[in-house]
Write a protein that binds this ligand. Structure first.
Ligand SMILES: Cc1cc2nc3c(=O)[nH]c(=O)nc-3n(C[C@H](O)[C@H](O)[C@H](O)COP(=O)(O)OP(=O)(O)OC[C@H]3O[C@@H](n4cnc5c(N)ncnc54)[C@H](O)[C@@H]3O)c2cc1C
Length: 405
């Protein structure tokens, strides 16, 4: 049964068990798995079409190369769900466009290469499957376009890319849920046995609510004493068209400079190096792109892949996308209820990794909604920001510091 778009909330057949605020990739994954648990789900979306804010601007990359075991686990779980997406949504033809081209974290510096090697050993010990350290001929055979002075790299073949459009289509085609568009949630009020959601189309009563409003989630927790600790950040990706970029080249991250590029249809996507996260005001729909981004992007991918000099001089087209997302204080997602409001849940704070982790996050949250059970000690819980435990930042994510850029 496909997702039903309803015109007004009062057309609902019955009170929803759960309202999901936001139809980005995180909201859709949450609603999909919650409906599979047999819950009556209503998605409320502020915009006139679903999934049109940040999720469609993403690089569509997926990787399980993380430092912390819980982040490795949720990423591996999510990539496995994408790998078998057609089965998940009950339509083998609707795959997720998953292509395991691999992610290569590479360095030209001896100390950084040694650190990559040590990290690979740690990752393998905590259960990351398929991770390997490459150097010498093995590395340059795998990625012949790398500069000769690249010393070593971590590589995992199962990392790669997906198609957000195919995933959205798959979720929508088999989700037994309702979606109301053009409706802005202003406030959430806990109520006996549930919640009242105040929106631009009036109040809606539900058993529970999941805030999956991406960068705009933070403001929806005003008034709650134990909210998740998150900030809004922006990131950009340059899509370029050029002839001769190999479609199966691994996604390449220059760990010395901090740049990223991966092949795309008829071209590539590049995120230029950055020295930290660019934090922005909460609630920006169309953040301003950094000036001069194209030239900066080209300059930061050339040292590792010198062929970019030729491609940059022969570009057929280029297009910059900039978007915002909420990033949690330790860089890991936040999945679970608020400690002081058990019917108010959050699924967010994924930072630049909401596409690659949302299937696992949506599935976990849906189980909590269905079972009514939640472990406050869970490493993704909201409690971690408030119970005095020491947060361990995920090293393989954007730096959690402001910078002027
Ligand atoms: C340039 C760039 C590249 C990226 N690359 C990758 C990548 O390669 N891999 C990866 O995994 N991630 C990547 N990301 C991060 C990823 O895009 C985000 O983590 C993900 O899209 C977040 O999804 P979301 O559903 O939480 O948010 P969104 O997609 O922003 O969706 C939130 C939805 O909530 C709605 N909403 C907000 N407030 C309200 C309200 N009050 N009432 C009703 N509706 C509301 C919004 O309109 C929106 O539709 C990238 C991000 C950027 C910007």
């Amino acid at each position: 049964m496909p997702l039903r778009i309803i015109q007004e909330p009062d057309q609902l057949r019955s009170r929803p068990d759960v309202v999901v605020i936001g139809s980005g990739i995180v909201g859709l994954a949450t609603a999909f798995f919650a409906s599979r648990e047999g819950l009556r789900v209503l998605i409320i979306e502020a915009m006139r079409s679903p999934t049109s804010l940040t999720s469609r601007r993403s690089g569509e990359g997926v990787r399980a190369q993380w430092e912390l075991p819980h982040n490795i686990a949720i990423a591996q779980e999510s990539i496995a769900l994408y790998k078998h997406f057609g089965e998940l949504v009950g339509d083998p033809a609707n795959d997720a466009g998953y292509r395991p081209i691999g992610y290569l974290y590479a360095s030209r510096e001896p100390h950084a290469a040694a650190a990559l090697k040590a990290r690979v050993e740690r990752q393998a010990k905590v259960g990351l499957e398929g991770i390997e350290y490459l150097e010498g001929a093995a590395l340059h055979d795998k990625a012949p376009l790398l500069a000769p002075d690249v010393i070593g790299a971590s590589f995992r073949r199962g990392d790669g890319v997906i198609s957000i459009d195919r995933i959205i289509a798959g979720y929508k085609s088999t989700m037994d849920a309702d979606l109301v568009l053009d409706t802005i949630v202003h406030a959430i009020k806990p109520d006996a046995g549930g919640v009242i959601i105040e929106s631009s189309r009036g109040s809606i009563s539900a058993g529970a609510v999941v805030v999956a409003a991406g960068a705009k989630s933070i403001g929806l927790f005003n008034g709650f004493a134990y909210a998740p600790v998150m900030k809004t950040a922006k990131s950009s990706i340059m899509r370029v068209k050029a002839e001769g970029i190999p479609a199966d080249h691994p996604t390449t991250i220059d760990v010395d400079i901090g740049s990223f590029w991966r092949p795309d249809e008829g071209g590539a996507r590049i995120t230029a190096s950055f020295s930290g996260t660019l934090f922005v005001e909460d609630g920006v729909d169309d953040p301003a792109p950094e000036p001069g981004y194209l030239n900066h992007a080209m300059a930061t991918v050339m040292p590792m892949t010198p062929r970019w000099k030729h491609w940059s001089e022969n570009l057929l087209d280029s297009h910059l996308r900039t978007g915002t997302f909420a990033v949690s204080e330790d860089g890991a997602p936040v999945i679970g209820p608020l400690p002081d409001a058990p019917n108010v849940y959050v699924n967010g704070g994924y930072g630049g990794h909401g596409v690659m982790m949302s299937p696992g996050g949506g599935r976990r949250l849906s189980k909590m909604l269905a079972d009514g059970r939640h472990d406050p000690a869970d490493l993704f819980s909201v409690e971690r920001f408030h119970d005095g435990r020491k947060l361990v930042p995920e090293a393989m994510t954007i730096h959690l510091t402001d910078h002027p850029n």
